[in-house]
Design a protein around this ligand. Structure first.
Ligand code: NAP
Length: 302
């Protein structure tokens, strides 16, 4: 048991982040008469997507971003969706474009992400933005969930420089970009990236000062995989049956929280950890994209 275990409160940190952002957006309008704008493209009616997009629209309105949602039928062709993206790329009144995943199986997601102009790619999934991240370029727009993890670490005053970070999961939206962010000169961590082909995973994760888990399996990370005093960031969102809930299920992360938390110095809960930061970072990315497109330095709005 680590006596000083601290819960990283993503709800509270996202509230602070959004409050600061709202002030900057207010100053941007007062000084330049500019309102950042975000367009979200949703295809079909996947219930999780409907609820995520609603949350994005609501949060945009709260911070002073003009949010627009465009909904398309599930049988929209690849060409039609591509035409929409190209038109938004050319629209000077649009600062950020987000193509909500998942797309129907007949449309290749990566090709749609890559169509979004990198300067408007506020999801950060395009090959250009991932490439810029790999090159440590300031013009990169980092994917929202990984950017949110860095913000949680920074605001919790958790040192990353010189630390060994083990990331479990190598997806485009979490594992790869968080590895690049932790590896950047700014974070300066030593990073090990694990996946299903990793042998002796527990032996590797036990060496970590910081563990980021994004595998999508409920309660995957067990206490014997964690060194006492480690920082554990749980990205997972998994539904497990729970007869005591009206819905019949509850959300748990990729970490077996009850057994791992007592060993950690810091840990994120699920829900209320990484999740709320993802939407906050989307708003921040949209604001940054707007500033860059208008040649305004963010620091001048502090
Ligand atoms: P994903 O695309 O399914 O990727 C999962 C990754 O985990 C893959 O790289 C996979 O390895 C690896 N993996 C799976 N089982 C493993 C095992 N037994 N040992 C080692 N590695 C294993 O998932 P994702 O999109 O990154 O999402 C991961 C979780 O995070 C999900 O629960 C998702 O809902 C959640 N999520 C949350 C947020 C948020 O805002 N909080 C955002 C995004 C995702 P291989 O590559 O070898 O298959």
């Amino acid at each position: 048991m680590v006596a000083t275990m601290q819960l990283i409160d993503g709800n509270e940190i996202s509230k602070q982040t959004l409050a600061e952002l709202r002030e900057k957006i207010g100053r941007l309008f007062a000084r330049e008469k500019i309102v950042p704008s975000l367009v979200v493209l949703r295809v079909g009616d996947d219930p999780a997507s409907v609820s995520y997009v609603k949350k994005k629209e609501k949060t945009a309105a709260e911070v002073g971003i003009k949010g627009t949602v465009k909904v398309f039928p599930p049988d929209i062709s690849r060409e039609e969706l591509a035409r929409e993206i190209v038109a938004l790329n050319a629209d000077a009144g649009v600062n950020g474009i987000l193509v909500q995943a998942p797309l129907p199986p007949h449309i290749d997601e990566k090709s749609m992400f890559n169509l979004v102009r990198p300067e408007k790619d506020v999801d950060g999934f395009s090959e250009t933005n991932l490439g810029r991240l790999a090159q440590d370029l300031p013009s990169a727009i980092a994917a929202c969930t990984p950017a949110g993890i860095i913000e949680l670490l920074r605001r919790s005053r958790i040192e990353t420089a010189g630390k060994h970070a083990v990331v479990i999961g190598r997806s485009l939206i979490v594992g790869k970009p968080i590895s690049l962010l932790l590896l950047s000169k700014k974070s300066n961590a030593t990073v090990t990236l694990c996946h299903t082909g990793t042998t002796n995973l527990a032996e590797i994760s036990r060496q970590a000062d910081i563990i980021v888990v994004a595998v999508g399996h409920a309660k995957f990370l067990k206490k014997e995989m964690v060194k006492p005093g480690a920082v554990v960031i749980d990205v997972g969102i998994n539904r497990i049956p729970d007869a005591t809930k009206k819905s019949g299920f509850r959300l748990v992360g990729d970490v077996d929280f009850d057994e791992v938390a007592p060993r950690c110095s810091h840990i994120t809960p699920v829900p209320g950890g990484v999740g709320p930061m993802t939407v906050a970072m989307l708003m921040r990315n949209t604001f940054l994209a707007c500033c860059r497109q208008n040649g305004i330095a963010e620091e001048s709005l502090l």
